[in-house]
Design a protein around this ligand. Structure first.
Ligand code: FE2
Length: 395
């Protein structure tokens, strides 16, 4: 079988960057109902509940479910059990369900944290140790956007299930569902206010010794109604990729504005999950009940067929099947590869956070620039249904 180069997100035990970052570790959501959200991730996204923290394990103020794939892609769902857990309650009150933190597995938490501090990082929590009879896990946190955090974590001295406080799950929700074949986190995207993108891009570049990989300026990402600006910052070995979007003026309200209004602040917009067989993944996710954005028009796929023919049949997937499943294709001029991708609808009650499913083929390194128009027109159709594609005053 032809092997793909997986560019973003593939963790490596021996890092090739100055901050000792091995790769993405878990992403933690703060939500209103932990059980329901964990169930949805098990049923629709096809993840397994592998570790649990709650009253049965001696934790009385919160409940956390760790979900994972066989390849150790990890999502944590956390909810409050008491009014006193003010960090969770106030987060959910303000933002609705959303991503509180993304963790980077590092070789040495103290070293990475100290370097981040020296580079101008805003501290949230200095390095601390969680210990039990299986050893210890070290963790630390720095600030990101309004209420989010980047965490550094290391498990090298821990032999237990996940980390202290977590045990075998009481309830695994082994419901009937199709396997989805998701392998790892490819990239994590943030939405920020007007004029904040450059601030956050230079903050992350400085603090984590990242670099700006792509810069989409005015006119690069727009539909007839609305627009946005985007910068992709990444670790110098490409293992961590973090696009940052800000709204840009258009005739109607930008989807980034809609996010910020509904989220009551800035935060994580989407996480892209990688697969090596997007046709199977999307087919099975649809059967599991996952809702995706509306399909692109027929003319979009006619154009893809034409492009693929011109490039000697570059796209090896059956384009009729891609069309049937609504999967978008971006042929990259620069890398010579192509990207297959699709966005889910927002997964929570507020139209804020969603997932992206992505497959990088033949060395594709981009983020689907050729699909922005089709994707954003689909998003705008939903925005319109919600009554949020309103006219802006200055046009
Ligand atoms: Fe993305």
């Amino acid at each position: 079988m032809e092997m793909d180069i997986c560019y973003g997100g593939v963790p490596s035990k021996i890092p090739n960057n100055s901050m000792g970052i091995r790769g993405y570790d878990y992403v933690e959501f703060y939500v209103g109902s932990g059980k329901m959200t964990a169930y949805w991730h098990a049923k629709a996204l096809g993840l397994d509940i592998v570790a649990y923290q709650g009253p049965e394990t001696g934790t009385r103020d919160r409940i956390s479910f760790l979900l994972a794939t066989k390849t150790n892609m990890k999502i944590m769902i956390t909810a409050s059990l008491q009014p006193s857990t003010s960090d969770i309650i106030s987060f959910v009150n303000q933002h609705g369900d959303g991503v509180k933190r993304w963790c980077l597995e590092v070789v040495d938490v103290k070293k990475t944290y100290d370097a981040a501090m020296k580079n101008g990082g805003v501290p949230v929590r200095p390095p601390y140790r969680l210990e039990d009879e299986h050893g210890y896990v070290e963790q630390a946190a720095i600030k990101l956007y309004d209420d989010a955090e980047i965490n550094f974590i290391n498990y090298d001295n821990y032999k237990g299930l996940f980390k202290p406080g977590f045990e075998e799950p009481v309830q695994k929700y082994e419901v009937e569902r199709k396997t989805t074949g998701l392998t790892h986190i490819d990239h994590i995207v943030g939405n920020v206010h007007v004029n904040e993108m450059d601030f956050w891009a230079s903050y992350i570049n400085k603090v984590l010794d990242f670099e700006t990989f792509v810069d989409y300026g005015p006119g690069d990402i727009s539909t007839q109604y609305s627009a946005l600006l985007s910068k992709v910052v990444r670790s110098k070995d490409g293992v961590i990729q973090n696009p940052i979007n800000e709204p840009y003026k258009g005739k109607r309200l930008s989807q980034i504005d809609e996010y910020i209004i509904q989220y009551h602040g800035t935060g994580i917009q989407h996480i892209a999950l990688s697969t090596t067989d997007i046709i199977r993944t999307v087919r099975n996710l649809r059967e599991n009940g996952m809702e995706f954005l509306d399909r692109a028009p027929k003319t979009y796929y006619d154009e893809i067929r034409k492009k693929s023919k011109e490039l000697d049949g570059l796209i090896t997937e059956d384009i009729d099947t891609l069309e049937e499943l609504g999967i978008l294709v971006d042929v990259e001029i620069g890398s010579g590869g192509y990207l297959l991708q699709l966005f889910t609808k927002p997964i929570n009650d507020r139209p804020t956070y969603f997932y992206e499913i992505i497959q990088r083929r033949k060395g594709a390194t981009g983020f689907g620039q050729g699909n922005f128009q089709a994707l954003f027109e689909s998003i705008e159709r939903d925005q319109e249904r919600r009554g949020n594609l309103t006219e802006t005053e200055d046009e």
